[in-house]
Design a binder for this molecule. Sequence first.
Ligand code: FES
Length: 83
Amino acid sequence: MLKLSICFGSACHLRGAYSVLNAFKALIDKYQVQSEIDIEGNFCQGQCTEGVVIKLNDEIIHNVAKEKVHDIFVEKVLGGKPH
Ligand code: FES
């Protein structure tokens, strides 16, 4: 099970954390991988200038915008191959 944490601190919120969440949710529905990924919200990760900050298992990814979610999802969740 992959664990996705999204920062919902105020800086990341302003930078579009909810759009990032919704983009992930839409892809999870589209690819029917609800059982493979768990999403949770996080408080400020102390890296506000590089938000939106997300964490996939132990890997921190900075500067995530909703436009980048698809690429991250394909690489990290689908293992590089959209099916
Ligand atoms: S608000 Fe997200 S890192 Fe600070």
